[in-house]
Design a protein around this ligand. Structure first.
Ligand code: A3P
Length: 278
């Protein structure tokens, strides 16, 4: 039997040119990327570009830098074409793969992290509903793959730690937690604005907080991914539950014990702490 040729490894040298006022939104998949992207979009363009709010889906306003499929324009191309300033750009890359011009240009970066258990659950459901993802298989298999880092964008543990360590050296990273946003969106908005050097009025802040509420984003066709046909929202909606602690309805007692044991071994930095309930 003739075997099909194997793929070969190749060196990839990206050439993305960041601009000093670009804002990079970096996350491990399913950590709240769309939420924070929309908050930033509202903060910068909510008042000035009403037509943008009504007609351009969030994934076009905030392009996904590294996406490269045969069915849609490449993320780099979309980012290059963005007409607005600042450009808001999203990435799921582990810190070591971020195009170096973001560092050279001293860009602001907003990193969002979510506790591993809820992150894994959300990733699992996303895998089921999105044809752009590898088949996640059964929950138990997916959870094992997640723990081994054998999922898209690799290890959650390396991702959150890598970005955390980078933040100690590069002051323009604002490291946020999904759980904090759920707990007190207003407080998190204030901190985000102070990092970005923005001082919106109370009314503006209120407008952002309301627009970015889970239920409102779920109803909004520009933020709920209903325009993306590779996603089957009947299998699982993109705006699924939006809570902290849904892992409790997925993990068995023994999965939870094994997960916690493995977690302790991998998450050794005492300064990086996650909450699995709020
Ligand atoms: P769940 O699957 O747990 O519901 P990403 O944008 O990185 O793909 O993350 C998607 C996750 O963020 C989903 O989690 C989604 O429901 C949640 N999410 C999106 N917008 C949210 C909001 N406004 N409030 C709370 N959670 C939100």
């Amino acid at each position: 039997m003739e075997l099909s040729p194997r793929p070969t490894l190749f060196d990839f040298h990206g050439n993305f040119k960041a601009r000093p006022d670009d804002i990079l939104i970096a996350t491990y998949p399913k950590a709240g990327t769309t939420w924070v992207s929309y908050i930033l979009d509202l903060l910068y363009f909510g008042q000035t570009c009403p037509e943008r709010q009504a007609s351009i889906p969030i994934h076009e306003r905030v392009p996904f830098l590294e996406i490269s499929t045969s069915t849609q324009p490449k993320g780099k191309h979309c980012a290059d074409q963005l007409p607005t300033t600042p450009r808001l750009i999203k990435t799921h890359l582990p810190v070591q793969f971020v195009p170096k011009s973001f560092w050279e240009q001293n860009c602001r970066i907003v990193y969002v992290a979510r506790n591993a258990k809820d992150n894994a659950v959300s990733f699992f459901h996303f895998g089921q509903m999105s044809n752009g993802q590898p088949e996640p298989g059964e929950w138990s298999t997916f959870l094992e793959d997640f723990m081994k880092g054998k999922v898209q964008f690799g290890s959650w543990y390396d991702h959150v730690n890598g970005w955390w360590e980078k933040k100690q050296m590069y002051s323009k990273i604002h490291y946020m937690f999904y759980e904090d946003l759920i707990e007190d969106t207003g407080r998190e908005l204030d901190q985000l604005c102070s990092f970005l050097g923005l001082s919106p009025s109370l009314e503006e802040k209120e407008r952002v907080a309301i627009g970015s509420k889970f239920d409102n984003m779920k109803q909004n066709n520009m933020t709920n991914y209903s325009t993306v046909h590779t996603m089957n929202q009947k299998v699982s909606p993109f705006m699924r539950k939006g809570i902290v602690g849904d892992w409790k309805t997925h993990f068995t007692v023994s999965q939870n014990e094994e997960f916690d044991k493995d977690y302790k071994q991998k998450m050794t930095n005492p300064t990086l702490k996650f909450r699995t309930e709020v």
